[in-house]
Design a protein around this ligand. Structure first.
Ligand code: PMP
Length: 392
């Protein structure tokens, strides 16, 4: 046995590439908007998580450039030592106030935020309870934690209660995605909070996909349900609606203070670049001052949900701008990707192990800045390909 044997054995991706059906790592050579350039071709972007279309907003760009001019391009150190700038503190105050918590802490990615909070807050002899469809960063965070991981069936409250009953006297944290990243459904937060109260559990919500989409001024799932005080930990990312990169954890001051001193991905990794901090501050400002962007996002979402359903597509449990089409096996998903790519549409196929073998998805996601005309064109093309591949 040799270390690289597994690499040599992994040939599936190369085979799919040779067939011209490999849909990953596509190269974009333009600004990121509702239209992008892929292989020198104008392509309608239906696969971005920039739900409010802020990545090229002039104010966000200008804030980012001004921060580079003032602070430079990077911090060359962690927050703990030389990497704390006044703009980090300002951003954390804005975030805490926006999501309705005492304090907030920024990490360099959302992935690190989940690793950082879960590995630190859930210790030996304690329990982490996750939804089976929670994001990979939550799974990996729970692997790093010394606590024990228990998983319940997706959005299944009976299953969650059975698990909670078994560990009712233990210290525990329930962790859910606010909006599930592939299915596009919303966590049943009111029921989760009820169970958490009954069985004395803390609750954390990952708002990666809910920021900019749910709640007042896009402040997330907890606000959407009026449950901000009941949710203990709110996690968010800057890499989607907030048009940059980075992540944050918000909650009680004592919990944040503990993270500051024990969270290894926070202490041993360089801090958020100033340009990112500045662009997030600008993006939050725009969300507060232009609430019609969120209204427009929901108009587009409702139009596409209705359009896909009327054509006969199975969109599963989606109720947000993330609209997956259940298309069947992997080859059907790849063929659909190829036909749509040739026809100037960018979508993301989701295949095993992310989904069961015969339930592959074509994940579409919509933005506030898509025009009616763009969406109508997309619907026409989806109808054509759906009929051709006998999906609808
Ligand atoms: N949580 C969820 C639910 C996500 O979808 C993602 C990103 N795909 C993350 C966390 C990680 O966020 P980031 O991109 O900031 O690392």
């Amino acid at each position: 046995m040799e270390l690289y044997d597994k690499c040599k054995k992994f040939t599936e991706a190369k085979k799919v590439k040779a067939m011209g059906l490999y849909p990953y790592f596509r190269v974009i050579s333009s600004e990121q908007n509702t239209e992008v350039i892929v292989n020198s071709k104008k392509t309608l972007m239906l696969g971005s998580n920039s739900y409010l279309g802020l990545t090229n907003h002039p104010k966000v760009k200008e804030a980012s450039i001004a921060a580079i001019k003032k602070y430079g391009t990077g911090c060359a150190g962690s927050r703990f030592l030389n990497g704390t700038l006044d703009i980090h503190i300002k951003l954390e105050e804005i975030l805490a106030d926006w999501v309705g918590k005492e304090s907030a802490l920024t990490y360099s990615t959302g992935f690190q935020a989940n690793l950082g909070v879960l590995s630190t807050i859930v210790g030996r002899g304690e329990y982490l309870i996750t939804d089976k469809y929670d994001h990979a960063s939550i799974i990996d965070g729970s692997r790093l934690s010394l606590g024990k991981l228990l998983r319940y069936k997706h959005n299944n409250m009976d299953n969650l209660e059975r698990i909670l009953q078994k560990i009712k006297d233990k210290a525990k944290l329930i962790v859910v995605d606010g909006i599930f990243s592939m299915e596009g459904d919303i966590a049943k937060l009111p029921e989760i909070i009820k169970l958490a109260k009954k069985y004395n559990s803390r609750v954390m919500v990952d708002d990666a996909h809910s920021i900019g989409v749910l709640g007042k001024n896009g402040s997330g799932t907890s606000d959407h349900f009026g449950l901000t005080d009941e949710v203990d930990i709110i996690m968010g990312t800057f890499s989607k609606s907030l048009a940059s990169i980075g992540g944050f954890i918000a909650g009680d001051e004592i919990m944040i203070h503990y993270l500051e001193h024990f969270s290894r991905p926070y202490i041993f990794s360089a801090s958020l670049p100033p340009a990112s901090a500045a662009s997030v501050i600008a993006a939050i400002d725009i969300m507060k001052s232009e609430p019609d962007r969120i209204d427009r996002l929901w108009q587009n979402t409702n139009k596409m949900q209705k359009g896909f359903k009327e054509m006969g597509y199975d969109i599963g449990v989606s109720e947000t701008p993330i609209i997956p089409l259940h298309v069947g096996d992997m080859m059907t998903a790849f063929k659909m990707w190829k036909i749509l790519a040739d026809d100037g549409i960018f979508i993301n196929p989701v295949i095993p192990p992310a989904v069961p073998p015969n339930d592959c998805l074509i994940r579409t996601s919509f933005m506030a800045t898509h025009t009616d005309q763009q969406l109508n064109t997309a619907l026409e093309k989806f109808e054509k390909v759906g009929k051709k591949l006998k999906i609808i």
